[in-house]
Design a binder for this molecule. Structure first.
Ligand SMILES: [Zn+2]
Ligand SMILES: [Zn+2]
Length: 628
């Protein structure tokens, strides 16, 4: 009889011991009975016969995780503080083909991966400009590097050239991109050049499409695997390169357990598999800019054909905006209207001078809590009464109202009945097909004005846009988030980059902070340099943050657990408790929420403290990007 420690897939349980009559290799997926349920589990190690009675493994599957996947799962489990089973559940296993993981598992129809079936590029090789060539060579000198390339500077060609070189070496590449920018245009571009060697992997695939894609990954005929964060966890042998496009994008961070960041996992995988990692962006995160060497690729003349106009007012369709929209449509040209995704919070802003309220301890925006009629800092829980008059200009004109996309579409429609305006956000564009169709209508000029959120700014190519209206920038700039400045500025640059691709364009920005935006809109690098000073003392990349959440139907219970852990954490001198208390969003899905925010110089100190003090209900969010 053999005994095994098993991790239950997708379960927060720690490992359980089972027995079996034959030898099973580590990494094999098996089936077991736990509390009268058939569950999938993974063999993590063999062990001695325990004191207690064990159950027998029911079945051995024909899939397994190979050594490096197991190692990656161990890293995720340790760093993001989740079970091994939860970490392994992120990954797609290998089929037991030749050299199966166990002597008793059945054989399958899959052929082993090899280099024999690698499809070659369809068209002739990509020619890079001298600048692009230099950038590529500089990237190739480093294990992890940043391609800091302006919109339109030709980043994609550089990636494609690198993929091509990898294919020639019979190696495979992962091309990560944010889900939202898996544009039809990018797919067409990759397939035009690489043909069948490209496999697109994303959540909108049908089960049949998914199976076909997996077969081509298993048999090795796919050499470029493109997709959002789940593409990292596919069973790819002979990996040669990982590219993370739009590396600054928040959608790389998972908002459920395990709360990993795919960009950071890609960097870890680079080490684990000994392959280069390229991070790319026109507006890189300060994190990557500080940590990795970069190749700078300056774009087509970004602002030379763009006129930036700033209007000092709060989020509304002002007479100036309506007039400019009218002129654009009358000239038979097109416009995009950008509204940042509405945060879950309201911020207080003075309609007359644009003043907003910041926490004196954290230098970040405070948000309104209606229940307690107070302004609150989501980091340290500092609270103050909602003021009646603006403390900067004395005006009583304080507001927290915000315009939504649907409302903006309706208002524009009422103002210009003959104009075709469409809403372009997650509420309307729910499928890949709807995205394709909306983009086609816009590019065929069936739509005059597109009103949308962040989705508008992600990698889509609009040919005829001569006006970009950007609303709500001050709300973004004043979010209770240490990255508010980075997010607001990069959004503006990304949106502006969608207009004037062929002709001159106007970018109309509604903001009281013209000085900030106009200083940096043309020089993101100068912003990054200045932002270093702001972050140095308190925030990443110089400090590590970790948020611990406690949520329960019984609010008292959640609070008790939070306090218990907070008290225990006090004995760890290397870990600072920034704040603790109710979450910004006090209740979600009928559960009351509490939190603790930690800061430290090193993640290892935080992980050690958490493992020593962890209580029931504690959910860990390492390197958090949301503070609601
Ligand atoms: Zn004011
Ligand atoms: Zn604070």
């Amino acid at each position: 009889m053999y005994f095994y420690n098993l991790a239950i897939l997708a379960s927060p349980l720690s490992s359980l011991t089972f027995n079996f009559h034959a030898d099973i290799k580590t990494g094999t997926i098996v089936e077991v009975l736990v509390r009268n349920k058939n569950l999938k589990a993974v063999v993590i190690s063999t062990c001695h016969k325990p004191e207690f009675k064990t159950n027998e493994i029911l079945e051995i599957s024909e899939f397994f995780y190979e050594t490096k996947q197991m190692e990656l799962a161990r890293f995720i489990s340790r760093y993001y503080v989740c079970s091994l089973g939860e970490a392994l559940a992120l990954m797609t296993p290998y089929p037991c083909s030749s050299g199966c993981a166990t002597s008793v598992a059945p054989t399958t129809a899959f052929k082993p991966q090899g280099a024999t079936k690698v499809a070659l590029p369809k068209s002739s090789s990509i020619t890079l400009s001298r600048k692009q060539e230099e950038a590529l060579q500089s990237l190739q000198k480093h294990k992890v590097s940043l391609l800091f390339g302006d919109t339109g500077s030709g980043k994609t060609e550089i990636y494609m050239k690198y993929f091509e070189q990898m294919s020639a070496l019979k190696k495979r590449s992962i091309f990560l991109m944010p889900e939202i920018s898996l544009t039809p245009q990018m797919e067409t571009r990759l397939k035009e050049h690489f043909g069948e060697a490209v496999v697109m992997w994303h959540s909108k695939l049908t089960p049949l499409q998914k199976r076909k894609a997996l077969e081509r990954i298993y048999d090795g005929s796919a050499t470029i695997i493109a997709g959002p964060r789940s593409a990292l966890f596919l069973p790819i042998q002979n990996l040669g390169l990982i590219v993370v496009d739009e590396e600054h994008d928040d959608s790389y961070k998972s908002s459920s357990r395990p709360r990993y960041n795919a960009r950071d996992i890609a960097i870890y995988m680079g080490k684990l598999y000994n392959v280069p990692v390229v991070l790319g962006s026109a507006t890189p995160s300060l994190n990557s800019y500080v940590k990795f060497p970069h190749a700078r690729l300056k774009g087509g003349h970004f602002s030379s054909n763009k006129e930036f106009v700033y209007e000092r007012s709060v989020e509304t369709l002002s007479p100036l905006i309506l007039k400019t929209l009218k002129e654009t449509v009358e000239a038979k040209e097109q416009a995009i209207v950008f509204l940042p995704t509405r945060a879950n919070f309201k911020y207080l802003i003075c309609k007359d001078c644009g003043h907003t309220y910041e926490c004196v301890f954290c230098s970040i925006g405070m948000s309104i809590h209606q229940h307690s009629r107070a302004l609150k800092c989501h980091y340290c829980n500092f609270t103050q009464a909602i003021p009646q008059v603006c403390c900067a200009c004395g005006s009583g004109n304080l507001t927290s109202s915000r315009l939504g996309t649907a409302e903006a579409v309706k208002n524009i429609g009422e103002e210009f009945p003959s104009t075709k305006t469409e809403q372009f956000d997650r509420d309307i564009i729910t499928t890949q097909n709807k995205l394709k169709k909306a983009l086609a209508r816009f590019n065929n000029k069936e739509t005059d004005i597109l009103v949308g959120t962040q989705m508008l700014s992600k990698g889509h190519d609009y040919h005829g846009v001569t006006l970009a209206v950007v609303l709500g920038m001050d709300n973004m700039l004043n979010m209770s988030d240490y990255r508010a400045r980075e997010k607001a500025l990069s959004s503006l640059i990304q949106v502006a980059g969608r207009s004037g691709r062929k002709k001159n364009a106007k970018v109309l920005v509604q903001s009281f902070n013209e000085e900030f935006f106009s200083t940096y809109v043309d020089d993101y690098q100068a912003f990054l340099e200045d932002e270093k000073t702001y972050r140095q003392e308190l925030y990443p990349p110089y400090k590590k943050l970790c948020r611990i959440l406690f949520s329960h139907k019984n609010g008292l219970k959640a609070k008790e657990q939070m306090l218990k852990m907070q008290e225990a954490l006090q004995s760890f001198s290397h870990v600072q408790i920034v704040g603790f208390g109710k979450c910004g969003i006090e209740r979600v899905a009928n559960k009351y929420r509490f939190e603790i925010l930690l800061r430290s110089d090193k993640s290892t100190d935080i992980i050690r403290a958490i493992n020593a003090c962890k209580v029931e209900l504690a959910e860990v969010d390492m390197d958090p990007i949301e503070f609601g």
